[in-house]
Design a protein around this ligand. Structure first.
Ligand code: SAH
Ligand code: SF4
Length: 377
């Protein structure tokens, strides 16, 4: 992942429209864009030489001005349960004298699906007080090609499942960064994930998680229809101001209005509200009751995430009892709630009434952040 300026266009950064423009600028017929997409995404070819139904002349021109550049893997880790993590090189941005950085992506296999958690930025500027990405500060945005390249690369690394299906069936933007703060690069990536000529994922299999950039949420409602996860984490502004500082600019009422607008505009099934459980901070019964009041009667689900501590951070994870009590209070108020299951710390049992009612959830660690998969099939 090297964003040092260069003259070649990385074709992984162009959605269908962008590729159409690219071939038109070369004086080629529109169907060339379809051919290129088929090579890139259906046949997973990253070498122009192998694109045999393109004329030799066109291939030569492509080689001169374009490239198919994938993120570079720095290291890989596989766990016994099949979860895999890759550390990807994120070179300095153009003109940036800063050193080298990395982003992580994580693949979580489950029966019938494989979810890839990808990053949208190197670091994050939003500085949520419980987040290790926030603690490292903002370095730079990833480009569209770097975002798309993660899914491309994971599919290649994972190979094809025995039934011929692609390895990655779901994509969640829950890795490093705030995707709506990198709107310009993220939007074409979403389009490529869902394009039937590319990854061909349904809208419900692509989830964008945001801490709540309200103007961009309204824009998102116009531009796409992916599944939405919103990092709420607190039921009132006084508390959310402390945990998610962007709340000072876009308070809860405005955020929720933007969420309901998104559902209306997109005919979406529901929004998942993520809620990190911080001991003694936001995990008390009154918080659950207040939260239920915000969401009652709406197409909303709550996903309770046991806080994942990291060095230098002030918070502690809520106790199992506090989490299960919180979950019960929401459940009694007819709010569909799931609790993140963590290995060796199975708190789902305390919320047993929900079994079978909710989608499977999995938690893995990304750096010191818990990745929350709220993915519907
Ligand atoms: N910036 C986006 C997406 C990336 S963060 C967002 O904030 O939604 C993905 C999820 O991980 C968010 O719900 C975030 O609140 C949560 N998260 C961050 N740090 C965490 C931690 N230490 N423990 C548990 N969840 C955390
Ligand atoms: Fe950024 Fe999300 Fe972390 Fe907040 S929780 S600092 S928005 S990555």
């Amino acid at each position: 992942m090297n964003a040092v300026p260069e003259s070649k266009t990385n074709l992984l950064g162009l959605d269908r429209q962008g590729l159409a423009q690219f071939v038109a600028d070369l004086g080629e017929k529109p169907f060339r864009a379809r051919q290129l997409m088929t090579w890139l995404y259906k046949r997973r070819v990253d070498d122009f030489e192998q694109m045999t139904d393109l004329s030799k002349n066109f291939r030569e021109r492509l080689k001169a001005i374009a490239e198919i550049r994938l993120p570079e893997i720095m290291s890989e880790h596989a766990s016994s349960d099949g979860t895999r993590k890759w550390l990807l090189r994120a070179g300095p941005a153009a003109g940036d004298v800063g050193g080298e950085q990395a982003v992580e992506m994580v693949f979580i296999p489950e029966p019938g699906r494989g979810t890839l958690c990808i990053s949208s930025q190197v670091g994050c500027a939003l500085d949520c007080s419980f987040c290790s990405t926030g603690a490292q500060g903002f370095n730079r945005n990833l480009s569209t090609a770097e975002i798309v390249g993660q899914v491309w690369l994971a599919n290649r690394e994972l190979g094809v499942a025995p039934d011929g299906a692609r390895a990655v069936t779901n994509v969640v933007l829950m890795g490093m960064g705030e995707p709506l703060a990198n709107y310009r690069a993220v939007l074409p990536a979403l389009s490529i994930f869902m394009d039937d000529l590319a990854f061909d994922l349904s809208r419900r299999r692509v989830t964008l998680s945001t801490s709540g950039l309200v103007p961009q949420l309204y824009k998102l409602a116009e531009d796409t229809n992916v599944a939405l996860a919103v990092s709420l984490h607190a039921p009132n502004d006084a508390l959310r101001d402390q945990l998610v500082p962007i709340n000072r600019r876009h308070p809860i009422k405005e955020l929720l209005e933007a969420c309901w607008h998104y559902l209306d505009a997109q005919n979406g099934r529901s929004i998942t509200f993520e809620y990190v459980m911080l001991d003694g901070v936001n995990d008390q019964p009154e918080h659950a009751i207040e939260l239920a009041g915000l969401l009652r009667g709406r197409d909303a689900k709550v996903n309770l995430i046991p806080f994942n501590p990291f060095p230098g951070n002030q918070y502690r994870r809520s106790s199992r009892e506090a989490i299960s009590r919180f979950c019960d209070l929401l459940h009694e108020r007819a709010i569909i709630t799931t609790v993140r299951r963590t290995r060796g710390d199975d708190i789902d049992a305390a919320c047993g009434q929900l079994a079978g009612q909710v989608a499977d959830r999995t938690t893995v660690r990304l750096g010191s952040k818990r990745i929350n998969l709220a993915v519907e099939t």
